[in-house]
Design a protein around this ligand. Structure first.
Ligand code: NAD
Length: 387
């Protein structure tokens, strides 16, 4: 079946796809390729899904590569990179063919590659839409790193591309699969302490070297996009008990925010350096958070009438310390948060169900982030959210 060109309007993306020669044959091939895993799922030992990493920077190298040596249902079979030399090294290390090394402008050719079932987009924030949409039009399922994009409009374009190509989209929210955070969600759901009514904390670090994270064009914003999103996610997990049942998503009903004066304006020219915000939830719960590139903070606390839970550190790749009003909470912790997150998405693909950390959740968080920036820009005005 002939597919229409992708429904988005950015000139750069249009020109990207002008070079693309994804014809009907390639797309129907892709559809067959995608059908394989689910038919194989009934067999005793289904083949592992093949994943390609898009972007081989710090997170891909330091966290995802080790995780992909532990995943049960997925193996690394390709990369998309600006450096052929780097790609060759990854091919050697992971034992995949050099034909599975792509440059960013040739991502459409993934459509012809049955080795690759899904891609993991690990490029700077503002590039997640372009790379996700390219992968979707090549017929591949996608994990996009957080934040999903830098605007709600781009989230919409990503969701539309994935819908049009019948591929699944998940966001790299590793902590949604972490045992301490599972306990937070359980407490929110089962209300051992009553509904959580007061949340607080944040994530911050002192940025000392220039990088894309301090550039609006690539990062979309400052620490809120990069670090604050963790506290925002945790608040939504804790608030599930207090939001209206049909919402079920833990989204706040309103936010207020205040950007603090910059200590290093030359370093943070067009993004915030520090921002504080409040989230109000439907049942009356409130969360007060902050995030900064100019100090250290790694804390989350949720309080209810009959008890509390505190994470410190809260958002690291491991070594989380959690105490509740009943004492330390020390569950068995798997060796890699990311391996659990990626394997869960593989199961979703095989079983034909949505990821619990779907594109819809990524978009919800972008709605909240846009509202926080809007409040800060309007001097702390209360902004209502209709997620
Ligand atoms: P990084 O700078 O180390 O790597 C980014 C990669 O993108 C590099 O390989 C770079 O070459 C490539 N790239 C492609 N086009 C580029 C362009 N036009 N400009 C700059 N780089 C370009 O960054 P990172 O720390 O690996 O972060 C990548 C993504 O992963 C970000 O979205 C970040 O939020 C996310 N991340 C998530 C976690 C997590 O815990 N879930 C942790 C770290 C980073």
């Amino acid at each position: 079946m002939k597919k229409n060109h992708p429904p988005f309007g950015l000139a750069t993306r249009r020109s990207f796809f002008r070079q693309v020669s994804v014809g009907a044959a390639a797309l129907s091939l892709t559809t067959r390729v995608r059908a394989q895993p689910s038919s194989a799922a009934s067999a005793a030992a289904p083949r592992k899904l093949g994943i390609a990493l898009v972007g081989l920077g710090g997170y891909a190298t330091g966290q995802l590569a080790p995780a992909l040596r532990l995943t049960q249902g997925v193996e690394l079979r390709g990369v998309v990179t600006g450096s052929l030399e780097k790609g060759r090294k990854w091919a050697q290390d992971f034992g995949f063919s050099e034909k599975n090394i792509y440059s960013y402008d040739k991502m459409s050719r993934l459509a012809d590659n049955p080795d690759i079932d899904l891609v993991y987009v690990v490029t700077p924030n503002a590039l997640h839409p372009e790379h996700t949409i390219a992968a979707a039009w090549a017929g591949k399922h996608v994990i996009s790193e957080k934040p999903m994009a830098t605007t709600v409009a781009d989230c919409n374009a990503m969701l539309a591309a994935c819908r049009a190509n019948k591929v699944k989209l998940s966001i790299g929210y590793r902590l949604q699969f972490e045992p301490h955070f599972n306990e937070l969600k359980r407490l929110a759901r089962e209300k051992d302490f009553g509904p959580f009514m007061k949340m607080s904390g944040g994530l911050s670090f002192k940025m000392t070297r220039p990088q894309w994270r301090a550039e609006r064009k690539l990062a979309g914003g400052g620490p809120l996009m990069d670090l604050g999103i963790y506290a925002l996610q945790a608040a939504c997990m804790a608030a599930d008990s207090t939001s209206s049942p049909q919402a079920g998503s833990g989204a706040p009903v309103a936010v207020t925010a205040r950007e603090l004066p910059k200590q290093r304006p030359e370093f943070f020219r067009d993004v915030e350096e520090t921002i504080e915000w409040t989230m109000e939830f439907a049942g009356g719960a409130r969360g007060e958070f902050s995030t900064s590139y100019n100090q250290g903070l790694d804390l989350f606390r949720a309080e209810a009438e009959k008890g509390w839970i505190e994470f410190a550190p809260a958002f690291q790749y491991g070594g989380l310390k959690v105490v509740t009003s009943k004492g330390p909470f020390t569950p068995a912790v798997p060796p890699s948060q990311q391996a659990g997150q990626i394997d869960d998405f593989a199961r979703c693909i095989r079983e034909g169900r949505e990821s619990p950390v779907s594109g819809a959740m990524g978009r919800r968080d972008m709605v909240i982030i846009e509202a926080i920036y809007k409040s800060a820009a309007q001097g702390g005005k209360r902004i209502e959210i209709n997620a």
